[in-house]
Design a protein around this ligand. Structure first.
Ligand code: NAG
Ligand code: NAG
Ligand code: NAG
Ligand code: NAG
Ligand code: NAG
Ligand code: CA
Ligand code: CA
Length: 559
């Protein structure tokens, strides 16, 4: 019942705003990890002053704003997603004043700033946890404590829950003589969201940052907020006999609980109460109906991870078209889409899709309707960095052990941005950086790509420039399948230039008749090909015989 009421409220809300679209609906957003963007003081770690010095780069690249991954004080056991104070800045990145300056300068340059909100857990170094261990009120029940049970006289955790990073999600605390629950690393105890005091703390954190003037929040790990009240055992999947493997059990009692959605609804109310222009975006790896439910409960949008979870470089045209169509089919009326092809948790776009297909994916992300998200470095086609076991820092890699760390570690996608061919790729004056710079930086770097006639970055600029066209920001989307290898989509708006994007995933060139698009003009202007093979761009082609080279995509305009 509650869900229905919420749904109608938000659909109304979408329609209240007519004419100008709200800023976030068409934004091109940059995911910026402060640690890896730009180091200003030579200690090998990126910082706020470094970001400030490069804001013009974000403007030049056509971004409307950036999402900062965590910069809060943290023992940094998990890329800063283990937070020891939610209302402070880690001194490695600067001071609160530096943050405020960064915010002001970004706003001066018309860039929006969205920050990471990590409500599920804190660091075990957080004052609240330390007081909870000592049972100091009101913190005693801020976390999920349990004394466990005895089996054959031996104390064991209360149930079979497995952490995302592997191993039991319960860790014994000597001092309190109880287990605490952690969905991720053991340095990241989960909050007890059934405790109203915890919920109020979280609201206060949101209000604190809204008052500072941020433009919105990216909310981390939403599927994990609440757990089953009765701590029931999860059902076994039978897929592995290793009780330390996350895949050992289903996660019906620890993920996607309806209470998570109700929490989102409450947070949206808090945001609306303080600044209705702030945006709330949700990180949730979930199936399509559970993802869409976040809209229903008041998120401005959840991330659409379809290009990460449902396709790869071997996907055929039919598959890719299906992933797009399915998203659009489930999308609530009036809601804003988002498209994401990479982030700090996945192998790099270029590594997953290879040199030909990666720019095609970027093209789709930029030209499909709604929000486009670009992960730091994907605009210059950075690749995964090989790191040795000794160099590995990510707990997901470390917990997997020396033989398996490469399968799980997320460090390869988190290495510093490659600005130029100088020391440490121009990221730092220090030859030693927090994670090693990729060896390929002498050739793969921004300066080289700016200087080259054709490059990944030049292609990126050419494509993102189109986002200013009305048919891209407001136009309709139509998709057409030609064969297993080829599909196309159009972005059309009455009285505006229409855009047609033709994608050939196959190993052969194709010649197509685009007259399957109703009312298309008989001639088209070729604007861009992803891998600029010989074909002259900017030329006029006949709509009934459009040529697209193998493993390429073409952008065409009606004229
Ligand atoms: C932002 O712009 C205002 C008005 O032009 C100026 O006074 C201020 O110094 C600028 N702030 C920063 C951090 O550049
Ligand atoms: C509210 O948020 C919008 C968009 O982020 C921002 O432009 C505006 O300045 C904010 N208003 C206040 C009063 O902070
Ligand atoms: C998504 O998962 C939920 C819960 O497991 C299930 O009820 C629902 O049918 C699934 N939806 C789709 C489209 O698979
Ligand atoms: C094509 O043009 C006709 C005549 O102008 C119009 O009625 C129809 O709606 C158009 N179709 C599309 C898909 O725009
Ligand atoms: C999908 C996911 O797990 N994302 C983040 C959730 O939170 C953990 C722990 O903070 C991070 O490591 C993940 O990146
Ligand atoms: Ca630094
Ligand atoms: Ca939780």
């Amino acid at each position: 019942m509650k869900a229905l009421i919420t749904l109608s409220t938000f659909i109304l809300l979408f329609f209240e705003v007519s004419g100008e679209l709200e800023w976030w609906r068409t934004m091109s957003l940059y995911q910026l990890c402060p640690r890896s963007f730009k180091d200003s003081d030579g200690n090998g770690i990126g910082d706020f002053k470094g970001i400030q010095s490069k804001l013009h780069y974000l403007v030049e690249s056509g971004f409307d704003g950036f999402w900062l991954t965590p910069f809060y004080p943290s023992p940094f056991q998990d890329f800063g997603y283990d937070i020891s104070n939610f209302q402070e800045i880690d001194p490695l990145y600067g001071t609160m004043k530096d943050f405020e300056d960064l915010l002001e300068m970004a706003h001066n340059m018309s860039l929006k700033v969205i920050i990471d909100f990590v409500p599920n857990h804190s660091s075990d170094q957080h004052e609240w946890f330390q007081k909870s261990v000592k049972k100091i009120d009101p913190y005693t029940d801020y976390y999920i404590w349990n004394e466990g049970k005895f089996v054959n006289g031996i104390r064991v955790p209360p149930n079979n829950w497995v952490s995302v990073f592997g191993g039991s999600s319960w860790t014994w605390n000597e001092e309190r003589q109880a287990y605490f629950y952690h969905q991720f690393a053991k340095g990241q105890p989960d909050f007890d969201f059934r405790n109203e005091k915890v919920r109020n703390e979280m609201k206060d954190i949101l209000i604190f940052w809204i008052k500072k003037g941020v433009d919105g929040f990216r909310m981390d790990a939403l599927p994990f907020i609440f757990e089953d009240k009765y701590l029931r055992n999860e059902k076994l999947t039978g897929r592995t006999h290793n009780p330390n493997d996350f895949d050992y059990t289903y996660h019906d009692y620890t993920m996607h609980l309806i209470e998570n959605y109700e929490m989102v609804h409450e947070w949206r109310n808090v945001i609306d109460q303080y600044n209705q222009s702030n945006v709330m975006m949700i990180e949730a790896y979930a199936n399509i109906s559970l993802t869409m439910l976040y809209y229903t409960y008041g998120a401005h949008f959840p991330f659409n991870f379809g290009f990460i979870t449902s396709i790869n470089q071997y996907s055929n045209a039919n598959r890719i078209k299906h992933v797009i169509d399915e998203w659009m089919k489930y999308l609530p009326l009036g809601a804003t889409s988002s498209w994401v092809a990479g982030n700090h948790d996945q192998h790099r776009l270029r590594t997953r899709f290879g040199p030909d297909i990666a720019p095609i994916i970027t093209m789709m992300v930029q030209l499909l309707p709604g929000v486009a998200v670009t992960y730091l470095g994907d605009e210059i086609c950075m690749e995964d960095t090989y790191l040795t076991w000794e160099e590995t820092q990510d707990p997901q890699g470390c917990n997997a052990g020396k033989t398996d760390y490469q399968k799980r570690s997320r460090d390869p996608v988190r290495t510093p941005f490659q600005w130029d061919a100088s020391t440490s790729a121009g990221f730092s004056t220090n030859p030693r950086t927090w994670l090693r710079v990729n060896d390929n930086y002498k050739t793969v770097n921004l300066a080289a790509q700016k200087a080259a006639d054709k490059s990944c970055y030049k292609s990126f600029l050419k494509v993102t420039k189109l986002r200013r066209l009305p048919s891209i920001s407001k136009g309709e989307l139509k998709t057409k399948l030609f064969n297993n290898d080829v599909f196309a989509f159009s972005r059309e708006l009455k009285n505006e230039i229409s855009i047609y994007v033709v994608i050939n995933m196959g190993n052969e060139p194709v010649t197509l008749n685009l007259e399957v698009f109703e009312n298309i003009t008989s001639k088209l202007k070729l604007y861009h090909l992803t891998t600029n093979i010989e074909l002259p761009t900017g030329s006029i082609v006949n709509t009934n015989s459009v040529k697209v080279p193998a493993r390429n995509a073409a952008i065409l305009f009606s004229n």
